[in-house]
Design a protein around this ligand. Structure first.
Ligand code: ATP
Ligand code: MG
Length: 414
C-alpha cells in the first residue's frame, strides 16, 4: 500500500456510483513536492474534482501501485523524458489503464520534439510543461479538471462465477443470472431494464454459446491471435445480443491455448464493458491462469457454485482464500447447487458453512428435467422452464444479487 495525502491508497474509485454527482478523480505523481503542491492546489479548486498526490517518480512506484492508477480518470506525472525507466513505467501504466484514463506528462519546458514524441509513442495523451511562477500552466491544468471525462457514466458491477468442481453448475448459474438481471428481476415494470453482458472466459471448455444457442463467435480467438487491445466499438460489434437484450461474448469454437490471452486484453474487455453495462457476468476458467488476475482485481462479487461434498468444500475454501487475498472484504457468495434449501441444516451443512466462514444462503434444487429442457432448446430457464423450481430459484438468486450489490454501493466498506 502506498500512502498519499488522503490516506491509504488506492482508494476504490469504482464506488463513485452513477447515482452520485460525477467526480473526476485525478492523481498527481511528482518527485518535487512544490510541483505536486501547485498542481494539487489548482485542481482541488475545481468543482467535482478529487485529487490525490503522490511523492515519487513514476518508475519509483511498484507494479501494483501502477496497476491501481488505472482507476483514476486522469494521471499527471512529472517525468524526465530521457529516463528509460520512466518510459517503461509509462508503457506498464498504458497496458493497465482503463480505456478512459488520460495520461498527462509534466516535463521541463525545454523538452525537445523528439522527446515529446517518445512520450506520445509510449502512450502519453498530453504533455504539459512543469508549473512556472507565471501561472500559465495552472490554467492548462485547471482545464483538465473541467473537461468532461471520456469515460461512460455507467460503472457496471462485475460478478465472477467460479466452480468448486467440474460440472458443478457454474455456467448454468452465470447464464441464468445474466438472463434474469437483463430481464429486470426484482425491478418494477416501469424501471428501465439494466444493461447486462456475459463473458465466457472458460476459453477452452466454454459452453455459454450453446446454452444460448448462438452461432460460432470467434472474437476471443481473434484477440488471442492478433494480440490487440479491444475497444468499445470492437466489443459492441462482436457481441451477440439475445432477444431480451443480454450481450454475449462467447468462448472460441476452436481450440485456443490457455495462455493465448494477455492480462491487458482481459483488463481492457472488463474495463470497456463496465463503462457501458450495469452488470458484467464472467464465467471463470477452470484453471487459475495468469490473466485471471485482472478479473480478480476488478470483480465486485464472486460466486462459487458447489455441492456439499468434502472435496468440493475444500476446493471452495481454497478459491475463497485466493479471491480474498488482496481484498478480504470482497463479497464471495456460495451457491449450493442440486440441493433444495433445507428447513434445518444438517451437521454436514453446518460444518461446511464453518469451514467456508460464510452462511450458505443460496440453494438451487436438483431439477434435471428443467436443466435438460433449457439445454436441449438452447434457452435460458426463464424461457424453457420459467415456472420450474430451478427457474424460480434463479429468479430469486438474481433478485438477491441485485439488492445485495445495491446495498453495498450505498454503504461502501473501506
Ligand atoms: N440444479 C441442477 N439440476 C439439474 N441439472 C443441473 C443443475 N445445474 C446444472 N445442471 C446440469 O449439469 C450440467 C453441468 O452444468 P454446467 O455446465 O452449468 O456446469 P459447469 O460447472 O459450468 O461445468 P463445466 O465444468 O463443464 O464448466 C449441465 O447439463 C446442466 O444442465
Ligand atoms: Mg462451465
Amino acid at each position: 500500500m502506498v500512502r498519499t495525502d488522503e490516506g491509504t491508497w488506492p482508494a476504490d474509485h469504482r464506488k463513485d456510483d452513477k447515482m452520485t454527482v460525477t467526480t473526476k478523480t485525478m492523481l498527481v505523481i511528482a518527485s518535487e513536492a512544490s510541483v505536486s503542491e501547485t498542481i494539487g492546489r489548482t485542481l482541488a479548486a475545481e468543482p467535482g474534482v478529487r485529487v490525490d498526490t503522490q511523492s515519487s517518480t513514476l518508475a519509483g512506484m511498484n507494479g501494483r501501485a501502477v496497476k491501481a492508477m488505472a482507476d483514476y480518470d486522469v494521471v499527471l506525472f512529472q517525468t524526465s523524458p530521457d529516463d528509460q525507466a520512466d518510459l517503461s513505467a509509462i508503457r506498464e501504466l498504458v497496458a493497465h489503464r482503463r480505456s478512459g484514463t488520460k495520461l498527462v506528462a509534466l516535463a521541463d519546458g525545454n523538452i525537445s520534439l523528439t522527446q515529446a514524441r517518445a512520450l506520445a509513442n509510449a502512450g502519453v495523451d498530453e504533455v504539459l510543461p512543469l508549473p512556472t511562477a507565471t501561472g500559465d500552466v495552472d490554467r492548462q491544468v485547471a482545464q483538465l479538471g473541467r473537461r468532461p471525462s471520456t469515460v461512460g457514466n455507467r460503472t457496471g458491477r462485475i460478478i465472477a462465477v467460479a466452480q468448486a468442481r467440474g460440472g458443478a453448475g457454474s455456467t448454468t448459474v452465470a447464464v441464468n443470472l445474466a438472463d434474469q438481471l437483463a430481464s429486470g428481476a426484482g425491478l418494477s415494470r416501469r424501471d428501465p431494464r439494466p444493461k447486462v453482458a456475459i463473458v465466457d472466459f472458460d476459453l477452452q471448455f466454454g459452453t455459454i454459446g450453446s446454452f444460448l444457442d448462438l452461432g460460432e463467435q470467434d472474437t476471443l480467438m481473434q484477440l488471442a491471435l492478433d494480440g490487440t487491445i479491444p475497444d468499445a466499438n470492437f466489443l459492441e460489434q462482436s457481441m451477440a445480443v439475445t432477444s431480451n437484450g443480454l450481450s454475449v461474448l462467447a468462448a472460441p469454437s476452436k481450440f485456443a491455448p490457455l495462455d493465448s490471452l494477455r492480462s491487458d486484453q482481459v483488463a481492457a474487455i472488463l474495463d470497456t464493458l463496465r463503462q457501458t453495462q450495469d452488470y458484467v457476468i464472467v464465467d471463470l476458467p477452470r484453471a487459475l491462469v495468469s490473466w485471471i488476475e485482472p478479473i480478480v482485481a476488478r470483480a465486485d462479487e464472486f460466486m462459487i457454485v458447489t455441492d456439499i461434498s468434502v472435496s468440493s468444500i475444500r476446493h471452495c475454501r481454497r478459491l475463497i482464500d485466493f479471491f480474498t487475498q488482496d481484498n478480504p472484504a470482497i463479497s464471495v457468495e456460495i451457491i449450493v447447487n442440486r440441493q433444495r434449501r433445507p428447513l434445518l441444516q444438517s451437521q454436514l451443512q453446518r460444518e461446511a458453512a464453518k469451514v467456508l466462514g460464510r452462511r450458505l444462503d443460496h440453494w438451487l434444487p436438483h431439477d434435471p428435467q428443467s436443466a435438460a429442457a433449457a439445454s436441449d432448446r438452447g434457452q435460458p430457464l426463464s424461457r424453457a422452464a420459467p415456472r420450474s423450481s430451478l427457474g424460480k430459484a434463479m429468479t430469486q438468486l438474481a433478485k438477491s444479487t441485485r439488492s445485495g450489490l445495491a446495498a453495498r454501493i450505498q454503504q461502501p466498506t473501506e
